[in-house]
Write a protein that binds this ligand. Structure first.
Ligand SMILES: CC(C)(COP(=O)(O)OP(=O)(O)OC[C@H]1O[C@@H](n2cnc3c(N)ncnc32)[C@H](O)[C@@H]1OP(=O)(O)O)[C@@H](O)C(=O)NCCC(=O)NCCS
Length: 112
């Protein structure tokens, strides 16, 4: 995810865009940082990665982005919580990363 592109989407969509995509917890986490943008963009990328990783288990029934929540443990490690029924998902692991102009995420799903 290119940060300038995501910044544009954010500028266009404003708070309504934030509320449609991110949970209150995710928004609060991002706002705790001096620059929330990379944290939001990495979460956006993570939600996309999760949707792709589980699409085989639930073809044609995409989870909404907000139903996929990224939380961080006290040591910073991110995890995924699904606020929706996803019967075939046994385990989900994600990894987030951001650098100067990019935010990235990788999701691994174990499906039944
Ligand atoms: C945890 C660590 C890997 C994060 O890397 P980073 O370069 O600071 O930051 P990145 O942009 O790659 O990644 C940031 C993301 O890492 C994730 N992260 C943070 N702590 C983590 C942890 N303990 N475990 C897994 N992921 C973690 C978070 O999701 C964070 O993004 P977020 O705040 O938006 O949720 C790094 O701080 C670390 O502890 N490295 C240990 C190894 C080391 O110190 N090596 C130095 C010699 S090379």
């Amino acid at each position: 995810m290119e940060l300038p592109r995501f910044a544009q989407a954010l500028q266009r969509g404003g708070q309504a865009f934030l509320n449609r995509i991110f949970t209150t917890t995710e928004q609060r986490y991002a706002r705790r940082h001096r620059d929330p943008l990379p944290h939001l963009a990495a979460r956006f990328a993570a939600k996309e990665a999760v949707i792709k990783a589980i699409s085989q288990a639930a073809p044609g029934s995409l989870l909404s982005m907000k139903a996929i929540e990224i939380r961080n443990a006290a040591n910073g490690r991110p995890s995924v919580t699904l606020h929706a029924r996803a019967r075939h998902v046994v385990e989900l692991q994600i990894s987030l990363s951001h650098s100067e102009g990019l935010a990235m995420a990788c999701a691994v799903a174990i499906l039944a």
